[in-house]
Design a protein around this ligand. Structure first.
Ligand SMILES: CC(C)(COP(=O)(O)OP(=O)(O)OC[C@H]1O[C@@H](n2cnc3c(N)ncnc32)[C@H](O)[C@@H]1OP(=O)(O)O)[C@@H](O)C(=O)NCCC(=O)NCCS
Length: 184
């Protein structure tokens, strides 16, 4: 495997990010969307939130081979220090060691920003995603049975969480991802 370059996403990455996402929308229940997304739609989502929620890409020989992102977990005020994280690799790049460093980097940025909990929501079964989350210290929180209906079947989802700060650490102002990286 060639090592990947890890960096923040830029506007130019969204054709590749949409192509990767649409593979999982069109062929699997890993992503619960029904309709393909356009690069512009994903770019708009990123633009709305990327001052607080990082999106990272892994690049090999100039090609984006995967991305990992953080986003809003739930909107009410007290949830501000929790973030939902996700990661998708191009299908031809699975199981070759690209996922772990990319997700590790995302978690490191979120920790430095001051987020308290990272939460991964996984359609079950997904052995690779469960393995990745558990290798990185996420713990299972529970299963919601038949939470989604796609491709003529109900699908369970499992939630995994990782505390990014010591338990009980007081909430502090969240810093922008760019600020964290500039100071590193
Ligand atoms: C989940 C995903 C990001 C993992 O990335 P990856 O590059 O395939 O995984 P890695 O090669 O980095 O392996 C990470 C760990 O998971 C384990 N693993 C990988 N694939 C596995 C599989 N199919 N079954 C069991 N364990 C697996 C590896 O052994 C490794 O553990 P180790 O570090 O102790 O050796 C990737 O498989 C993916 O994009 N899958 C499709 C989209 C998806 O499911 N996203 C998550 C949505 S919740």
């Amino acid at each position: 495997m060639s090592a990947s370059l890890l960096r923040f996403a830029t506007a130019a990455d969204f054709a590749a990010i949409a192509a990767i996402t649409n593979h999982y929308i069109g062929n699997t229940a890993i992503h619960f969307g029904y309709e393909a997304v356009t690069p512009g739609e994903l770019q708009d989502l990123w633009r709305q939130h990327h001052d607080l929620y990082p999106w990272l890409v892994a690049e090999v020989e100039g090609n984006v081979v995967g991305y990992a992102k953080a986003g809003v977990y739930r909107t009410r005020a007290a949830y501000r220090w929790s973030t939902e994280t996700g990661i998708y690799l191009a299908p031809e790049r699975l199981g070759r060691g690209h996922g772990r460093p990319l997700y590790e980097r995302l978690l490191a940025v979120l920790t430095e920003q001051g987020f308290h909990a990272a939460i991964g929501v996984i359609t079950l079964p997904n052995h690779a995603s469960v393995a990745l989350h558990e290798r990185l210290g996420f713990q299972p929180c529970g299963v919601v049975r038949q939470a989604g209906f796609k491709f003529d079947a109900w699908h369970d989802i499992g939630t995994w969480q990782k505390l990014l700060q010591a338990p009980g650490t007081p909430a502090r102002s969240l810093r922008a991802p760019a600020m964290v990286v500039r100071e590193a």
